[in-house]
Design a protein around this ligand. Structure first.
Ligand code: SF4
Ligand code: SF4
Length: 440
């Protein structure tokens, strides 16, 4: 393993814009192009914009390190054209081998497949990886973390936005393990009584009701909404209900498919056929179910396209789960045979963010969430060991130990894919288990 890979692994860097895949593994490759993904397409999230406005040197430094390691001759920073301040700041720091690509303000422009296609003209193979077409994509927060890792500084904080029904929307660096209840206080607290949180954005985020939930490396934003909000109610429907409604009310108009961004890029996804599978059984149902496999779970079909307000997205999500469980998951080669040309209307069917916000009833929250630069020091944190894809790390501290910010709490499990966890505040270890608690 190279020095950079060791440093990135030891610092606990994982993909901040996705499911938490360990970065040391993702950048262990030879490619032609490295893309910094700063497109940030979820409404009401502002952390990537804040990073590019305030930390351009670190992002570019992380990018150059990844380019050097992977042998890439070209770097691209993908950023929405509307983010003029971030563009202006980043432009001042770009070396000759990195260019800036302005993305349209549509959802889901930040999806890895969208970013790669629009900025390079290449398509990631269905079921495959960007590596196969000579590309590595990293979220700008991950690149920031790579730069720090190379300087021996581990990941101890996550940058996140707090928005919705709060006093003052903010973006802040929250120590890992900080309780969501305290994170809300950074924004002056909730301004309504009976509320829930959307964790990760209104389109792809989950409804969270437990305010004791800790910040992890993947936390990108919390949006406070009333429990009775229509979006919250739709996202909280149980599987039995959305499958039953889908079975009885889907009229097969196929609008969900016609607006699906992955379908428009030519991938083998057709949610209306997956909805049809609810009405069928046996081999036919199985065949129809395969049209769910390339779904990226963006929610355009459910929250934008479907005139009946059905939930093809979650039907696709649960159908994918079932395909895996019953051994019917198609191989990348099989999926690639089902891939078609990019749809001729692809360019014209992007969903403008402002219109999406209006549709979701979030347009009253359009104002930005500026970065607060002060240090955030909660009295206690509870840091989950499992914050990434792979094996959880093994604790190296015991109850009663004193630790400082950045000290190792749990080391990577060397038997497989794994990254360590470090202290996010200085204090005393008060519990060690699936999570490690620290008290100042
Ligand atoms: S969630 Fe819906 S629109 Fe998005 S990729 Fe899946 S099927 Fe297509
Ligand atoms: S848009 Fe709605 S009603 Fe039309 S096919 Fe899709 S799920 Fe069915």
């Amino acid at each position: 393993m190279s020095d950079l890979l060791k440093e990135v692994k030891q610092a606990g860097v994982v993909g901040a814009g996705g499911a938490g895949f360990p970065t040391y593994q993702k950048i262990d490759a030879q490619v032609e192009i490295v893309i910094a993904n700063g497109a940030e397409c979820e409404p009401l999230l502002f952390k990537d914009r804040a990073l590019m406005e305030h930390y351009p040197e670190q992002i570019i430094d992380g990018m150059l390190k990844v380019m050097s390691h992977t042998g890439a001759s070209k770097g691209i920073v993908a950023i929405k054209g509307k983010n003029r301040q971030a563009i202006s700041v980043m432009t001042q720091h770009l070396p000759g081998n990195i260019t800036l690509f302005e993305m349209r303000d549509v959802y889901p422009s930040g999806d890895e497949y969208e970013v790669v296609y629009h900025s390079t003209g290449r398509r990631i193979p269905a079921g495959g990886l960007p590596l196969e077409i000579g590309v590595v994509v990293q979220n700008v927060e991950t690149l920031y973390n790579i730069s720090r890792a190379a300087a021996g500084r581990p990941v101890t904080h996550s940058i996140l936005s707090v928005h919705g029904h709060v006093q003052t929307p903010v973006t802040a660096w929250a120590p890992l393990g900080m309780r969501y209840a305290e994170v809300l206080e950074l924004a002056g607290g909730a301004t309504i009584d009976d509320f829930v949180l959307l964790d990760g954005g209104p389109m792809m985020g989950n409804v969270v009701t437990d305010l004791e939930t800790p910040v992890t490396r993947l936390t990108s934003g919390l949006i406070v909404l009333p429990r009775a909000n229509k979006l919250v109610v739709r996202k909280s429907q149980p599987e039995k209900a959305y499958r039953r409604f889908g079975k009885s009310a889907c009229d097969q108009c196929s609008l969900c498919t016609e607006m699906c961004p992955r379908y428009l890029l030519g991938y083998p996804i057709q949610p209306h056929l997956v909805m049809r599978s609810l009405l069928t059984s046996g081999e036919l149902s199985q065949t129809l179910s395969h049209w769910a496999q390339a779904c990226c779970e963006c929610n355009i079909c459910s929250l934008w396209a479907c005139p009946e307000e059905l939930d093809p997205r979650n039907v696709c999500v649960t159908t994918k789960r079932d395909l895996k469980q019953n051994g019917s998951w198609l191989s990348p080669a099989q999926l690639q045979k089902m891939t078609r040309e990019v749809h001729p209307m692809q360019e014209f069917r992007g969903v403008p963010t402002a219109r999406l916000e209006r549709r979701l009833g979030l347009n009253k929250f359009e104002h930005a969430a500026p970065l607060v630069s002060r240090d955030i020091l909660p009295n206690q944190v509870t840091i989950p060991l499992q914050q990434h894809i792979g094996a959880p790390p093994k604790p190296v501290v015991s109850v009663g130990d004193r630790v400082s910010v950045g000290d190792l709490l749990a080391q990577a499990d060397e038997t497989g894919l794994s990254v360590p966890v470090h202290a996010s505040i200085s204090g005393t270890v008060t519990a060690v288990g699936d999570m490690i608690s620290l008290q100042r």
